[in-house]
Every structure is written in C-alpha cells, then in structure tokens.
Design a binder for this molecule. Structure first.
Ligand code: DP6
Length: 345
C-alpha cells in the first residue's frame, strides 16, 4: 500500500523584513516580520509526498532532479512531523504506522529557484504541509508553521494566506515563534504585486550566511532591531487592518531600504541590489511624485529583483512607466522623452 498527498504553497514577500537569527538551528528571528502571501495561481511550489512500508529510503526530487534530504533543516522538519504522527498512532492503534516509513517527496516550482524570489519559503511550506496532510495531523496552521520555520524562517509565513505576521516569540525552544494571519487576502482585494525579474540567476550571498554576517558585524542592525522594527511592526499591522495604503506603502519601502542598509553596513558589505534595482527605486519615487499620490511601493529581498505593490485601480498609471522603460510593447506610444527616462536606466 502507498499513501499519497499533494499540496501547493505560494510565495510570500515580506513588507517588514526578517533579517537576523537569535537561534540558527531553530531559525528563531531577532525581529518579528510581516508579509503578503501571493496568490496560488502565480508563484507557487507544488509538492507531492508518498509513503508506504515498501519505500526503502527517504528521497527528494526538486524540479526534476534528485536532491539530498540530509540537510539538518529538512531532517528537523521530518523529525517533528513524524513525532506528531507518532502521537496520533499511539492514541489510535488502527492508524497505519506512517511515522515508521520512509517518504518520497516530489516538488516543483513554477519560477526560478534561489533567485531571491523566496523559493525556499514556498518550498518548505509545501513540503511540511504536504506531509502534514499525508499524516492527517489535526494541528492548526500556526502550529504547523513552527515546523516550516525550522526549514526556512520565511517559510512559516507561506502557510497562511493574505497578510501574515511572524511573531518572533521569546522562548528559547521557539514554541511561541509562529506565523499568524493579520487579515485574509479578501480584506484588501485590490492590492496587487508585480515582480520585476532583474536577474534569474542564483544569488551571491545566501540569506542564512548573509544574516549571520550582519548580526555579527553591523552596528546599524542593532539600531534596526531595537529602535526601528518593533514600532514599525505595530504600525504596519495597523495600516493593513485599516487599509491605509499610503502608510503601508511608505513603511514597506522604508523597511526594504533599512534591511539593505544593514547589509551594506555588514563587514565585508553585502550587495543584493544592482544598478537596475536602484533605477527601479528611483523610478518608483519619480512615479509617486509625478502623480502626487502614492502609486507604488517597492521591496527587495536578498537579490536584485523588485517586488512592486500597488492598488489595482492604479495599474495603468504604474505600467505606463514600466512599459516605457522595461518592456518592448509593439505599438506603444511613448509619452516621455528619452532624456526624462534615461535617469532610471
Ligand atoms: C530577505 O527565510 O530565506 O527574504 O531562515 O535562513 O532560510 P533562512 O532565511 P530566509 O530569509 C529570508 C530573508 C528575506 C526577508 C524575509 O523574507 O522576511
């Protein structure tokens, strides 16, 4: 007999960044963070898992090639899930002894892996959710998010839809460091995200080692986690609940800049954004000034790609500029002179 389960998990993009760990093994952060989970149709990981007594070893297939399951992170997730399953089996002896069997995991992304597009978040969220489904675990999504967190910190936020807070928690065992929903997607249905893929190649400094370097060397980072993020977390949550777009947009841009500033303040410095990324930042500020209204907010993770948040009703105002600069749209009638535009390129 074989037992099978499948699930998809979407990518989430932080608007208040997680950067820094107080515990590396458990992925416990030095600050709480906030993200928006993108819709399932866009960027997602699809994961299927299968277990049964005839499966001779744990195996992982990622985007068509076999990958090692030996990493401490994956092993921690599997061990936690098996422990929860074992509890159920102890309570009900009729249940199949899945906790004793190996698993085969097959996972596929519909976007470039490790290009700073939060693939590890969707990946670990899908892996943990698929196995939780296979094991028929009754635990809440917040509870399961603590397991995904051990795979990759940001993965805990991909278990919940819409606007999500990852509460850093205080306890040393991580039992209070979990994701909770601030509001579902439908709460603010006209919020949209656009991703400008500046480069689809692998990023330079992986986030785990980047964070460790920042925590160990940046003075600015201490200021960020003590004096900046705690009240920004409260303000951003409030802005989401009140659908206060200008505030949400401003806090999002400022937090991206603050995170990248701590990267620059690390020693040796880490550069995730390139000249195209910086051009996009200038362009966003230009667009908001041009319309004298907040049209767009940018945010950058550990790579050069931009994620732009905007309200649906402003889409054509924003894309007028994006098309002018970055796309070759047949028949597009340019409204700006080359001089006006080259400052961003
Ligand atoms: C810049 O979650 O990838 O995207 O916990 O080491 O796996 P690990 O790090 P990861 O870091 C994400 C960093 C970020 C900000 C964020 O998503 O909050």
């Amino acid at each position: 007999t074989l037992f099978v389960a499948s699930t998809t998990a979407p990518v989430n993009i932080a608007t208040l960044k997680y950067w820094g760990k107080r515990d590396k093994t458990l992925n416990l952060p030095t600050n709480s963070s906030i993200s928006v989970t993108l819709s399932q149709e866009d960027l997602r990981t699809l994961t299927s898992v299968c277990t049964g007594p005839e499966i001779t070893e744990d195996k992982l297939w990622l985007n068509g090639s076999e990958e090692s399951l030996k990493s401490e992170r994956t092993q921690n997730c599997l061990a936690d899930l098996r422990k929860l399953r074992m509890k159920l089996e102890d309570e009900d002896s009729n249940l199949p002894k899945m906790s004793k069997w190996n698993v085969v995991i097959v996972s596929e992304n519909n976007f470039p892996t490790a290009a700073g597009l939060a693939s590890s978040a969707a990946g670990f969220a899908a892996l943990v959710m698929a196995i939780a489904k296979l094991y028929e675990l009754p635990d809440s999504l917040s509870e399961i998010s603590k397991i995904a967190r051990k795979g990759s910190g940001s993965a805990c936020r991909s278990l919940l839809g819409g606007y999500v807070a990852w509460e850093m928690g205080e306890k040393a065992d991580g039992s209070d460091s979990k994701a909770v929903q601030i509001a579902p997607m439908e709460h603010w249905p006209n919020m949209k995200a656009a991703i400008l893929v500046v480069s689809a190649s692998k990023k330079d400094t992986p986030s785990t080692s980047g964070m460790q370097l920042t925590v160990g060397t940046s003075d600015l980072f201490q200021h960020r986690i003590k004096d900046v993020v705690p009240h920004r977390f409260v303000e951003m949550k409030q802005a989401v609940l009140e659908k206060d777009w200008p505030t949400f947009a401003e806090l999002t841009m400022k937090d991206s800049n603050s995170f990248h500033a701590t990267c620059l303040d690390s020693f040796p410095p880490i550069f995730y954004m390139n000249d195209v990324s910086k051009g996009i930042i200038k362009l966003c500020h230009f667009i908001n000034a041009f319309y004298n209204e907040t049209i767009v907010a940018y945010t950058f993770d550990a790579g050069p790609n931009a994620v732009l948040y905007y309200l649906e009703e402003n889409e054509s105002k924003l894309f007028a500029f994006i098309y002018e600069l970055f796309a070759e749209v047949p028949g597009w009638d340019s409204k700006f002179s080359k001089d006006e535009l080259t400052q961003f390129l």
